[in-house]
Design a protein around this ligand. Structure first.
Ligand SMILES: [Zn+2]
Ligand SMILES: [Zn+2]
Length: 279
């Protein structure tokens, strides 16, 4: 009983800090992209808009409210990870010498690749008609995603997203710095994917990286059409499993060509839909 009380005390004292960090991570990540978008909508970055469908009235406010619930759920799961570490269940560690620098660096990439696989397969599962309504429908209420859509989940989906960390830490050792960097990467890529504006350099989009990294256009098409393009960081699962949108490559090419042209209206029509002229 004393042990149980100690764990409750550990969780209760750790939670406020974990919640604050989760909140800041989201607000800074999404806020930075929102600031860029404000500049972009009126300036030269307009040619990078990949918006396919219009925003709904009051959408951003609803997304923000749902995001606060997601932050709460993420922080509660994060607190469980901390308690798991106290119990010796979690493979979180703090001493670099325990596994050395090579593993510390490699584990960052392992975390990203495994997270991508977790996201792809749970995402596809959540698109099954029986699961969609009570897991994933809330996220798809945003047919035109915004940076605030990144965390706009139902409570049940937020839990699915959050569970990756405690599950992977059961088997993969990770230094606290790796977790911190992975979380920064995760929120930035997530927010970029929902921003409605292509932020990767044109040279990346035109080359190898553009074919293997998911772009904003990739996820924009997922929200606009409600299927295809399930990947998070990389396009390989969609390509291997035949779930990539059949027009994705064509539209990406049109976007790249448009970014090389002097006149942005070549690829971005009055509705903002990319690739209209190429279809
Ligand atoms: Zn989806
Ligand atoms: Zn999304």
């Amino acid at each position: 009983m004393t042990c149980f009380n100690e764990l409750i005390f550990t969780a209760a004292t750790a939670w406020p800090f974990i919640w604050f960090m989760d909140l800041m991570r989201y607000l800074v990540g999404a806020g930075a992209i929102v600031a860029i978008l404000d500049v972009a909508s009126a300036g030269w970055l307009r040619r990078r808009l990949v918006r396919i469908r219009p925003l709904a009235d009051g959408q951003k406010l609803r997304e923000f409210a749902r995001s606060m619930r997601t932050v709460l759920i993420f922080s509660l799961v994060g607190t469980c990870v901390w308690v798991g570490y106290q119990l010796g269940i979690s493979k979180l560690y703090f001493d670099v010498d325990r596994y050395g620098w090579p593993w510390l660096i490699a584990s960052f990439f392992v975390f990203i690749v495994l997270h991508d696989a977790w996201f792809y397969w749970t995402h596809r599962l959540m698109h099954q008609p029986r699961l969609f309504h009570w897991l994933h429908r809330t996220h798809h209420l945003s047919v035109a995603p915004t940076p605030w859509t990144a965390y706009s989940f139902s409570a049940s989906e937020a839990l699915v997203q959050a569970l990756y960390l405690p599950v992977v830490l059961l088997v993969v050792p990770a230094h606290q710095a790796v977790l911190f960097l992975w979380m920064i990467w995760m929120v930035l890529r997530n927010v970029m994917g929902h921003s409605g504006i292509e932020l990767l350099p044109r040279s990346w989009l035109a080359g190898w990286w553009g074919r293997w990294l998911t772009t904003t256009l990739h996820h924009e098409m997922h929200h606009a059409y409600g299927r295809h393009n399930y990947g998070l960081y990389f396009t390989w699962w969609d390509r291997w499993c035949g779930t990539e949108h059949p027009e994705y490559c064509q539209r990406l090419q049109a976007l790249v060509q448009g970014l090389g042209d002097r006149e942005p209206s070549d690829v971005i029509g009055a509705t903002g839909e990319v690739g209209l002229k190429s279809r």
